[in-house]
Design a protein around this ligand. Structure first.
Ligand code: LIP
Length: 260
């Protein structure tokens, strides 16, 4: 059945992600050299732009879909049967330090399942978008994961935050390195997952990531033919979870490497 309201939500999410991304890019280019940074915790940056962008997205979605709930990284919210889960700037640490590697992430969940996932990287003008069952695109062009099936030839991003003891991260990193993988960390889990969907890399793993960071991007990977671990389990919306997203052939080796 063609759900016109879901299609309207999808198109609206794409337009709102672009509008929000334009604000993020404006603020990024206007920032002065002085590093006026605030931190929510070790290596966990917060900028006033995060709040401004999240409020913009919340206002646009409330106006278009007043019956939906909203949950944002900065302001929180409610998780109803129809809920938008938003990260206004994923890659905040990069934004805060003047590195152009971040995106706006907007997901729509129905009954706890991601139906729409949209990411916008305003610095590269890359709009990643997916509707469940309708494929994933980058600026309107179809996305497919890479064909890499050997860990020795794989490019793997392993995310980290201070939410995870470094020893666990180091254990997984060493295992991946020993397997021959090229291991990277770029600071935006959402973009890391989107790069798996488009074949720029072959896997993204993180021992703990928040729902608002990953919810939109995991749908991109699934709709692009990739495999994703069972991320949105009960409690994930409130507490986050580990995530593995990869080409299907790398699933087993990565599940073993991530077992800590
Ligand atoms: C980030 C995630 C990343 C994680 C960072 C941070 P933020 O989200 O995308 O995967 O490793 O610590 O949580 O804070 O930039 O929205």
């Amino acid at each position: 059945m063609h759900d016109t309201t879901m299609q309207l939500r999808y198109l609206s999410a794409c337009a709102i992600a672009r509008e929000a991304g334009d604000l993020v890019r404006k603020r990024f280019l206007e920032r002065d050299g002085a590093l006026k940074l605030t931190l929510k915790g070790p290596q966990d940056y917060l900028t006033e732009t995060d709040g401004d962008v999240e409020r913009l997205i919340a206002q646009r979605l409330a106006a278009a879909f007043p019956g939906d709930d909203f949950f944002g990284e900065e302001g929180g919210g409610a998780y109803g049967p129809n809920v938008w889960v938003v990260d206004p700037i994923d890659g905040t640490s990069e934004f805060a330090r003047g590195v152009p590697h971040f995106c706006v992430s907007i997901a729509f969940l129905r009954d706890g399942k991601v139906e729409i996932g949209v990411l916008y990287d305003p610095m590269r003008d890359e709009l990643f978008a997916a509707r469940r069952g309708a494929g994933a695109t980058l600026n309107g062009q179809p996305l497919r994961v890479s064909s890499i099936d050997d860990i020795e030839h794989a490019s793997v991003e392993l995310g980290w935050s201070s939410r995870v003891p470094y020893a666990r991260y180091a254990t997984v990193h060493a295992r991946l390195h020993a397997l021959g993988a090229g291991v990277k960390r770029r600071g935006s889990g959402a973009l890391g997952l989107a790069y798996v969907a488009m074949g720029r890399q072959d896997a993204f793993c993180e021992l703990h990531i928040n729902a608002w960071d990953a919810a939109a991007a995991i749908l991109l990977v699934e709709e692009a033919g990739g495999w994703v671990s069972d991320f949105l389990t009960a409690g994930c919306l409130e507490h986050g979870n580990y995530v593995i997203a990869c080409t299907p052939a790398l699933r087993d080796v990565l599940e073993q490497a991530m077992a800590t």
